[in-house]
Design a protein around this ligand. Structure first.
Ligand code: PLP
Length: 363
């Protein structure tokens, strides 16, 4: 790696593509002759307006977002969306949630503050190591939406097909898979993603919401900032936005288009993850923890089955230049996050290291 950088397998904030960082570095002191850094720029300036407009236009192009969807850049990271979704979409006060792991559990807990939450499917029975069958969910007629976490970052599972929502709106937390593969936006009422995994710096979420779901009849007590309408009406400029994150995300959107778009990224991500999964499937020491069909291409949890040895592997990998392989504190073991920016060579090098570790620790 150039610049003494490490292969960073963090689940987020995560690696950024190197060419993007280089471009940002070249512009950091004086953005295109403006005499200032984007960090120092008024969000009301013409030059910044061009940045945010281009960022939105490029995301629309990249994902093929239909005209009847708004794109919003909202502060508060992913966690604020756990609250904004029910605040804005619970009209009848009833919503269906699929429970697939830590992040859907957080979304459920938050939604319960606003209304009735029906957990229509769960994989809790097997420690969230699979995605439950969502082809025939028991969805009440008055449900306002069906909510999923499409890729569970901590547990390492992903959907192979979208739930049958029986005509209800589908809401998806795509934080840890955003832009990793093509997405048919029209299948959803609302998609949101915290950007610090596949796209940019932490502290912001991208929300893609169908226009007719943006309500102007919310209760008075709903804080102004928590209404999607506030952000939609102001072009994500109701207050000072996260200018820097928007700028960096814009760079990544352009980079992804240069790489051939989301289909090309999907191919790269499949090939990359396969390197590690193939190793895990043939290893005598390590094994993946998720049922094969539901394995995430972005977050790959694995273990030796022995807590002390897992900790030793984390320390050994770190010393060898592979960072952040410790599993989330709630589940332990190991996890390699292989987002868009992780090069295939990074995964190959890690597998090489793990193979040697295995040879030294097995007979
Ligand atoms: N949803 C998913 C799937 C996540 O992985 C995370 C964070 O890791 C969040 C939500 C919460 O995001 P934030 O930390 O930006 O609040």
């Amino acid at each position: 790696m150039k610049y003494g950088r490490t292969f960073n397998f963090s689940a987020g904030p995560a690696m950024m593509p190197e060419p993007v960082l280089e471009e940002i570095a070249a512009e950091v002191m004086n953005y295109r002759g403006s005499g200032m850094s984007v960090m120092e720029m008024s969000h009301r300036s013409k030059v910044y307006q061009t940045i945010i407009d281009e960022t939105e236009a490029d995301l629309r192009k990249l994902m093929g977002i239909p005209d009847n969807y708004k794109v919003l850049f909202v502060q508060g990271g992913g966690t604020l969306q756990f609250a904004m979704v029910p605040m804005n979409l619970m009209k009848n006060g009833v919503a269906c949630y699929v429970e697939t792991g830590s992040w859907s559990k957080k979304a459920i807990a938050e939604a319960r503050k606003y209304g009735e939450v029906k957990v229509v499917a769960s994989s809790a029975d097997k420690n969230f190591t699979y995605v439950p069958d969502c082809s025939d969910l028991d969805i009440p007629d008055n449900a306002d939406y069906v909510y999923i976490c499409e890729n569970e970052t901590i547990n390492g599972t992903t959907y192979t097909s979208l739930p049958n929502t029986k005509g209800k709106i589908l809401v998806s937390d795509q934080s840890s898979m955003f832009l990793s593969r093509p997405c048919n936006v029209s299948d959803y009422g609302l998609i949101w993603a915290g950007v610090q995994k596949n796209v940019g710096p932490a502290g912001m979420a991208v929300v893609i919401v169908r226009e007719d779901l943006i309500r102007d009849d919310l209760a008075d007590y709903v804080p102004t900032y928590m209404k999607y309408k506030t952000h939609a009406d102001s072009g994500s400029m109701y207050n000072t936005p996260n200018c820097w994150a928007i700028y960096c995300c814009g760079k990544v959107f352009k980079y992804l288009m240069d790489m051939g778009g989301l289909e090309a990224m999907n191919q790269r991500n499949i090939e990359k993850a396969q390197v590690l999964y193939d190793f895990l499937d043939s290893s005598k020491l390590f094994k993946g923890t998720v049922e094969k069909e539901y394995r995430s291409l972005m977050n790959i949890p694995f273990t030796t089955g022995d807590k002390e040895m897992d900790a030793d592997v984390v320390a050994a990998t770190k010393a060898a230049g592979y960072d952040n392989l410790k599993g989330h504190k709630s589940v332990g073991a190991l996890r390699a996050s292989t987002y868009n920016a992780m090069p295939k060579e990074g995964v190959e090098a890690l597998v090489d290291f793990l193979s040697k570790y295995e040879a030294e620790h097995t007979k």
